[in-house]
Design a protein around this ligand. Structure first.
Ligand code: BGC
Length: 454
């Protein structure tokens, strides 16, 4: 669209509305393309959906004990001791949270794994855990990993702003185990590696077997579901019966209409031309999309009377939390040194936040719809979808938009889809996966093969 055609505020806003729109026709197209890409991904053919076998099936609900979990997902590391009662109930016996410094995210891979090992050491010290014994640990690693077994897998590529060197292409369990040995923590054995979506699905399934999808809508976004092993054509060695959870890595879906702001954001990102869906949907990017629009509107004289041109100049300075504040009826202007913002400008920012976040929720809704219909085209069963992430949990109106898309697409059948918030699923689910791994180990003499639970 030419500059002259969009130089009044109203026409610019309706231009934005149209380039960020997701119509019901678009949603149906997303579903069809998703199905094609899922099928190619499962067959090991070229696809923007990686469809990664997790080597984990749905849990039985009887897994029991207290397990150690390391959860590396985004800007935080969590070390947890999770208690499972064998009857579908879980509790966190201990949790420690550590922030990953920015320089670690982008530094040397060994440094980040050494830092993680130090965090585990602190957790042992704080909780006075005996270091003369050996322990099993389940590792939640929320990045695309090509798993070769339950406890090994190579990082395909970093997402969510990480670029640490020496990790892509390497086995992340081996890297963690080596760091644990360097830090004299070799008595900890990594028995399971799981994506956060897999953890979230397993955590919900533990108490509710109708759950058949795990979704994360937070800093990053992704989903998983239990697939018939016979349909995972790229892994014929898996055997033909039963189900295995498949990590879709839907953040990589590339068949979406990107507008000029999406394209610019993508080009300037640390992983250009990757994670297209994630960059249009997840919490890491919504603020940055809005910031890019704000800068253009200021340049056109359509916001803040064109006077605050430097206020939004730094990339990623506007966060999804800021947009969320606006959606709650508050604002973020003080954080940007803006005083006396006019009512018109406030209204414009409100519209912009609505436009950017609504598109995110609608794409998420279409992607959920695609996975549900892949599993059950005729809605023969109920589907409980376990969802974690601040976007889903906290962004005002976000869940309603997802439900709205499902209703528009499926009418009455949409009632068969239940969206359920599952907090901390990534950690709890990994503990359950760790329990399955520990119980699958052949029992010899001694207590639990000499391994101790915490
Ligand atoms: C990663 C996924 C992860 C998702 C949510 C994405 O960036 O590629 O593996 O599940 O974020 O944390």
């Amino acid at each position: 669209m030419g500059k002259n055609q969009v130089n009044t505020l109203d026409s610019f806003l309706s231009h934005l509305e149209s380039i960020f729109s997701v119509t019901i026709h678009d949603a149906k197209e997303i579903i069809d393309t998703f199905h094609r890409e899922m099928s190619s991904g499962l067959a090991g053919m070229k696809s923007s959906l990686k469809m990664i076998p997790s080597f984990v099936g749905p849990p039985s609900g009887t897994e029991k004990g207290k397990y150690l979990v390391l959860d590396l997902g985004g800007t935080n590391i969590r070390v947890l001791a999770v208690e499972l009662d064998g009857k579908g109930n879980t509790s966190m016996a201990a949790v420690s949270r550590f922030v990953i410094p920015q320089e670690m995210m982008c530094g040397a891979g060994d440094a980040i794994f050494d830092y993680i090992a130090d965090c585990i050491k602190l957790f042992f010290e704080k909780n006075c855990i005996d270091r003369q014994k050996t322990y099993d640990l389940a590792f939640t690693f929320s990045f695309p990993v090509e798993q070769s077994s339950l406890a090994s897998g190579k990082l395909i590529g970093w997402t969510k702003g990480f670029t640490a060197s020496g990790v892509v292409g390497n086995d992340v369990v081996a890297l963690l185990s080596a760091a644990l040995r360097r830090k004299e923590m070799g008595f900890i054995h990594v028995v399971a590696l799981a994506n956060d979506t897999v953890g979230t699905l397993v955590a919900k399934c533990y108490s509710d077997p109708s759950c058949d999808m795990g979704v994360i809508l937070g800093t990053g976004t992704n989903a998983c579901y239990p697939e018939k092993v016979a349909r995972i054509l790229k892994c014929p060695v898996l055997g033909l019966s039963g189900k295995m959870i498949v990590n879709i890595e839907w953040g990589g879906f590339s068949q979406l209409k990107m507008n000029i702001y999406d394209q610019d954001l993508d080009c300037a990102s640390r992983n250009a031309d990757k994670q297209h869906l994630e960059k249009m949907v997840s919490g890491m990017y919504l603020g940055e999309i809005a910031r890019r629009v704000i800068v253009e509107m200021m340049n056109r004289g359509l916001l803040f009377k064109g006077t605050n041109l430097s206020a939004f100049s730094r990339e990623y300075m506007l966060h999804t939390e800021h947009l969320s504040l606006v959606a709650q009826g508050s604002d973020f202007f003080a954080d940007f040194g803006l005083r006396d913002v006019s009512e018109v400008d406030r209204g414009t920012i409100r519209e912009l936040c609505r436009i950017v976040s609504t598109r995110s929720a609608k794409i998420a809704g279409a992607a959920i719809a695609a996975v549900v219909t892949w599993m059950d085209a005729n809605f023969e069963s109920d589907h409980t979808i376990a969802i974690d992430g601040t976007l889903f949990e906290k962004y005002p109106g976000y869940q309603d938009h997802i439900v709205g898309v499902l209703r528009e697409l499926f009418g009455e059948c949409a009632k068969r889809i239940r969206l359920e918030l599952v907090r901390d699923g990534s950690g709890i689910g990994s503990a359950i996966i760790g329990a399955v791994a520990a119980s699958a180990r052949p029992v010899s003499s001694g207590d639990d093969c000499g391994r101790h639970r915490i």
